[in-house]
Design a protein around this ligand. Structure first.
Ligand code: BLA
Length: 512
């Protein structure tokens, strides 16, 4: 398979890290890590280093930079690790007045030195001030939606991109635009969903490692690196950590289909996982950001990630406290030696409230107590019987009962989802919580059932051409049970077991 060929199956194996090419808004010099001899060169060497790549690759590294830069070049090469090292300012020998921001990273036996044009020093104070303003705003946000909006507004202010979205991954890696700041003339993407294949696994892996991806101009050719004599047939380099790594042709096609001219993504990490991206579009021509602005954005994205992680933890803690309070009150009520059936009747409202269910049932060796909105008793028994075969650790939950147990579809207005718990002790005693169907209309950016097409002859995959709103009505589901729900109901088990022991005890005492 040649470069630029993508089959559907290859989407998740796309070798995005070894494109053999780079984006030409910077210059890349590849040197042997030991001898420091230049092996390859590419990108905009003409503007940044004063000579074309073919000439650059014949030179020695020392010849390319002015006298004052030599020590920094040595530093970059010596400290190059797997990840790019701290930036240094270099001045090309051909034009010492020009300033380049450079970093280096290792790739196998080579060092990749990447140079980008520096931002004029006179603008650095403004950048610092803007960053401080953004940090203050992020700190002031006390709830999650406010933090999200503050982040998209800030990134738009800092970058001037036409549209800035906060894109959150769902568990299946499809995603959703949860906040947006944009030019008022644009059609909003807020609330739209996108399929997982739009950002396949290898790309997500890269964004977990590199927290900024900029594509300043989707129309500029991405040239291969020029090899020095003898290097012509060397395999392409691993560019996982290279900022200038060329963009996969399928993604360029995707952006063009969306009408995007320049794009920028910042990673949002929560608890070490890729929670989402701040995804930016520019439609009115290319959009270049200086490396200092890029660094500033990475710092801000880090601040945002921390603030989000803290607010999410607070939210989870609040939810836990609500459940703890309900459990404490239930603990007080599950007392005495009332028969189980009477007990469940009495505490049914609390049991439902514990997990936001609309119905609860006790199935005690074929005896049914059903409270709230539940299907008919015969159906409850049928579901309990099915549940008893699904249990892991005495518990099972589904928000798609109609899919898992097709016979149940007719009662989805009462039981689109069930959470079942086996109470230990005597035989088959189950508590079942029911939630009714919630019909939702999802908005997708293009038809999610046709995220890309495959050329019948070549097997080449092409992203969809329409991103128009595609409405999808989702039926048959209830709101998903959370791990807090599962955890809360599991804590009922010892309370019920103690109750059953008390009853047994009382029976024994009477018969004595
Ligand atoms: C990369 N896909 C991306 C990126 C985004 C999206 C944000 C990160 C790079 C960037 O900032 O442009 C997807 N962009 C979106 C989505 C929205 C958006 C969902 O604005 C919503 C508004 N893409 C496909 C298919 C493949 C594919 C079928 O549609 C399969 C091969 C690949 N997407 C793909 C690849 C990358 C990518 C390979 C990595 C590009 C790179 O970093 O080189």
């Amino acid at each position: 398979m040649g470069p630029g060929v993508h089959t559907v199956r290859s989407c998740d194996r796309e070798p995005v890290h070894i494109p053999g090419r780079i984006q030409a808004y910077g210059a890349m010099l590849v040197a042997d890590a030991v001898t420091r001899r230049l092996l390859r060169a590419g990108g905009d060497c003409e503007t940044l280093l004063g000579q074309p790549a073919q000439a650059v690759v014949q030179a020695s590294l020392a010849e390319l930079f002015d006298h004052d830069s030599q020590e920094d070049v040595r530093f970059l090469l010596e400290t190059a690790g797997e990840r790019p090292n701290a930036i240094r300012m270099l001045h090309p020998a051909a034009d010492p007045a020009r300033s380049l921001v450079a970093t280096a990273c290792r790739s196998g036996g080579a060092v990749l030195l990447e140079c980008e044009a520096a931002r004029p020093v006179s603008l650095l104070t403004d950048l610092l001030r803007d960053c401080q303003d953004v940090q203050t705003h992020l700190r002031l946000a006390t709830d999650i939606p406010a933090l999200w909006q503050s982040m998209t507004d800030s990134v738009r202010h800092l970058t001037g991109f036409d549209r800035v979205m906060l894109y959150k991954f769902h568990d299946d890696f499809s995603g959703e635009v949860v906040a947006e700041a944009m030019d008022a003339r644009l059609r909003p993407f807020l609330g739209h969903r996108y399929p997982a294949s739009d950002i396949p696994e290898p790309a997500r892996q890269l964004y977990l490692q590199n927290w900024l991806r900029i594509i300043p101009d989707v129309h500029v050719a991405q040239p291969p690196l020029e090899p020095c004599a003898g290097e012509e047939s060397s395999p392409p380099l691993d560019m996982t950590h290279a900022r200038l790594r060329a963009v996969s042709p399928i993604h360029i096609e995707y952006l063009k289909n969306m009408g995007v001219e320049a794009s920028l993504s910042l990673s949002v990490l929560v608890a070490g996982r890729l929670w989402g991206l701040v995804a930016c579009h520019h439609y009115a021509g290319p959009r270049f950001l200086h490396p200092e602005q890029q660094r500033a954005l990475v710092l801000i994205a880090g601040d945002f990630s921390h603030a989000l992680e803290a607010l999410l933890a607070q939210q989870a803690e609040r939810q836990r406290q609500v459940k703890d309070a309900l459990l404490a009150s239930l603990q007080g009520k599950i007392s005495g030696t009332q028969p189980l059936e009477a007990l469940v009747r009495r505490i049914a409202p609390d049991l439902m409230q514990l997990v936001d269910a609309e119905g609860v049932a006790l199935v005690d060796n074929g005896e049914i107590i059903a409270m709230g909105r539940t299907p008919a008793a015969s159906v409850v028994v049928f579901v309990a019987d099915w549940l008893s075969r699904q249990l892991t650790d005495d518990i099972h939950a589904t928000n798609a009962l109609g899919r898992d147990l097709p016979e149940s579809q007719a009662w989805r207005h009462l039981a689109a989802g069930v959470l079942g718990l086996r109470l230990g002790g005597y035989g088959n005693i189950f508590l079942l919580w029911f939630r009714p169907e919630i019909v939702v209309e999802e908005l997708w950016g293009g038809d999610p059932q046709q995220p890309y097409t495959m050329h019948p002859k070549s097997g080449v995959a092409h992203p969809r051409t329409s991103f128009e709103t595609f409405r999808l009505e989702i039926t048959g589901l209830c709101t998903a049970w959370t791990r807090h729900d599962m955890y809360a109901v599991k804590r009922l088990v010892p309370l019920f077991n103690a109750h059953m022991l008390r009853i047994a005890d009382a029976v024994l005492r009477i018969s004595e």
